[in-house]
Design a protein around this ligand. Structure first.
Ligand SMILES: Cc1cc2nc3c(=O)[nH]c(=O)nc-3n(C[C@H](O)[C@H](O)[C@H](O)COP(=O)(O)OP(=O)(O)OC[C@H]3O[C@@H](n4cnc5c(N)ncnc54)[C@H](O)[C@@H]3O)c2cc1C
Length: 532
């Protein structure tokens, strides 16, 4: 049956806007609906990490968004002493990595919307509320209300994405349950700016003040904009604390009484929840509709963008009949595991920040100092930034190490003098990167046909010139430092990548392997996961 759209996205917050961009990139006929006409202006997300930036790089507008690389975060105890200082540059493994960044959400969301609205395949209904949906064997019928005229209409789609936030109507209609991690904390968020120099931000951009008397977060984001998060204590009067003369003294001593202009404030209760089912037939939940977490690792919106990326390479491949529809089951298994790890890590960070007594804080400081003596120990405090594996799904968990990280890669100088990254060359397709493969690179007609159907890419970094009969075989003479770092680290000869650059498998060649044999094995692996 023909439907009005292939995909409908309910909700045009940052996660719905990310979905709209990828749907445009994949040229999928889509409708995005939001009850609000304008971008939500209250202070919320402030960090955007490099994995999530990478998601939208092929949409060609990432460079228009003003970002500032986060140099570091310092954790200060009640006595004003640092007990955990994380410098992000020390975490970078590859040249290509940008690392986590700060951005200014209203401008960030505007850039997402402006670009999403350039795709011919995208349509928008803003000022429309999604009321309900019915799914039958042939389509999903979505009931929406025009909030200007109060008229109700119906639109049909093959797939429905619920990006409609914490109070998701799609989630309620799906009848899925919310699991609470029983961690709900009230904080006040204040945004402001200052044109004065602040010495304390010499080598870090954020402070977590982990004082049992009152915890605070102080962030220097982009263009002299600041975010202050102030813990609400049991005796606080919620009206009083929002007055500048009441809250400013809490932060003033850390900022040496510099002058600030405060622009916005809001009291939030941060929840920690995740749904038990992320999809039902052809309806999927993404972003806050599927999970909520405290903001101590800046991962709420980022996790939603990861959901969108994971779902949309699968959905677009199914819609274009490249991949089998059974791969959609892996959306839940892969993302639920990942998101819940991040929720638990955010709660753990919250417990560090909000240690309730000076005695506990004393032992906390000692424990953390010991753990952060090793790089691995220090990295464990911010797993959202250094990589978390996916749950079971479309990958072979090739080794304990390789599934942790996505594949990062530097730019490559091509023969015509242009610079590209392997992301540019692979685009959002399956592909294999071979390190110095010098055997026969011809591929049988049967295998070529299978690879062509999914636009599979082969990149070979070799000392000797190579030419194959397969059209998506690319040879590069130079590899650069990062390639060596990567293959040495994982002790492998090749890496098989998914469209989102998670590692499907790492491969070691046998002496008498030829490329056709390697590709035959790859096809067997992809079939074993029901991708083909
Ligand atoms: C103080 C604070 C700080 C934070 N800091 C960070 C951070 O630094 N980094 C980070 O990654 N995350 C952070 N977060 C979390 C982040 O803001 C959220 O995870 C993110 O906004 C979720 O995006 P979303 O698009 O899923 O949902 P939302 O932003 O809630 O958007 C949902 C959209 O759906 C629309 N909608 C809802 N119901 C309907 C309906 N029935 N019909 C039509 N439209 C509907 C709404 O109007 C809205 O536009 C923070 C949150 C807070 C509160």
């Amino acid at each position: 049956m023909d439907t009005d759209y292939s995909v409908i996205v309910a909700g045009y917050g940052p996660v719905g806007a990310c979905a709209a961009n990828l749907l445009g990139y994949y040229k999928i006929k889509s409708l995005v609906i939001d009850k609000e006409k304008e971008i939500y202006t209250l202070p919320r997300a402030i960090t955007w990490d490099d994995e999530c930036r990478r998601i939208i790089v092929p949409c060609n507008f990432a460079d228009k968004i003003e970002i500032r690389k986060i140099r570091g975060i310092d954790h200060i105890n009640g006595k004003g002493e640092s007990f955990l200082k994380i410098r992000m540059a020390e975490e970078d493994r590859y040249e290509y990595q940008v690392g986590p960044t700060f951005m200014y959400q209203p401008e960030f969301e505007k850039a997402f919307r402006d670009n999403a609205e350039t795709y011919d395949t995208n349509q928008f209904k803003l000022g429309f509320e999604v009321l309900s949906y019915e799914e039958n064997k042939e389509c999903i019928n979505v009931e929406i209300k025009n909030l200007d005229t109060n008229t109700v209409q119906h639109v049909t789609t093959k797939y429905l994405i619920g990006a409609d936030g914490a109070n998701s109507i799609i989630r309620k209609k799906m009848g899925v349950k919310y699991k609470s991690f029983k961690y709900d904390e009230p904080w006040m968020c204040v945004d402001g700016f200052s044109n004065e120099d602040l010495e304390c931000f010499k080598d870090v951009d954020a402070f977590q003040i982990c004082d049992p008397k009152r915890s605070l977060t102080i962030i220097n984001s982009v263009n002299n904009k600041f975010r202050f998060e102030i813990m609400i204590m049991p005796d606080d009067d919620l009206n009083e604390i929002q007055k500048e003369e009441v809250f400013y003294p809490f932060i003033a001593k850390y900022l040496k009484n510099r002058k600030f202009t405060f622009t916005r404030k809001a009291i939030y209760t941060f929840h920690s929840t995740s749904v038990d089912r992320w999809s039902k037939n052809n309806v999927f939940l993404v972003g806050d509709a599927a999970h909520q977490m405290p903001p101590f690792m800046g991962q709420g919106m980022n996790s939603g963008m990861r959901d969108v990326e994971n779902l949309l390479w699968k959905l677009s491949g199914v819609i274009s009949e490249k991949y089998s529809p059974s791969i959609l089951k892996s959306y839940e298994t892969e993302r639920k595991y990942h998101a819940e790890k991040i929720i638990k890590a955010s709660i753990a960070m919250g417990n560090i920040i909000m240690t309730p007594s000076p005695l506990k804080a004393f032992f906390r400081d000692i424990g953390i100092k010991i753990k952060s003596l090793t790089k691995k120990g220090k990295r464990s405090f911010y797993p959202g930034y250094s990589g978390i594996r996916l749950g079971d799904g479309l990958h072979n968990h090739p080794s304990e190490r390789s599934h942790i990280f996505r594949y990062y890669f530097p730019s490559i100088l091509l023969g015509d003098g242009s610079n590209k990254t392997t992301d540019d060359l692979l685009q959002k397709n399956f592909g294999i990167i071979l390190n110095n493969f010098n055997k026969d690179v011809s591929i049988s007609e049967n295998n070529c046909n299978i690879l062509n159907k999914i636009d599979f890419r082969i990149l070979n970094f070799s000392k000797n010139y190579m030419k194959s009969n397969y059209s998506y075989f690319n040879y590069f003479k130079t590899s650069g430092r990062d390639l060596e770092t990567y293959f040495n680290h994982f002790e492998c000869d090749a890496v098989l990548l998914r469209p989102d650059k998670y590692i499907f498998d790492i491969i070691n060649f046998d002496d008498n392997d030829n490329l056709d044999q390697i590709i035959s094995d790859v096809i067997i692996q992809l079939k074993s996961k029901e991708i083909l």
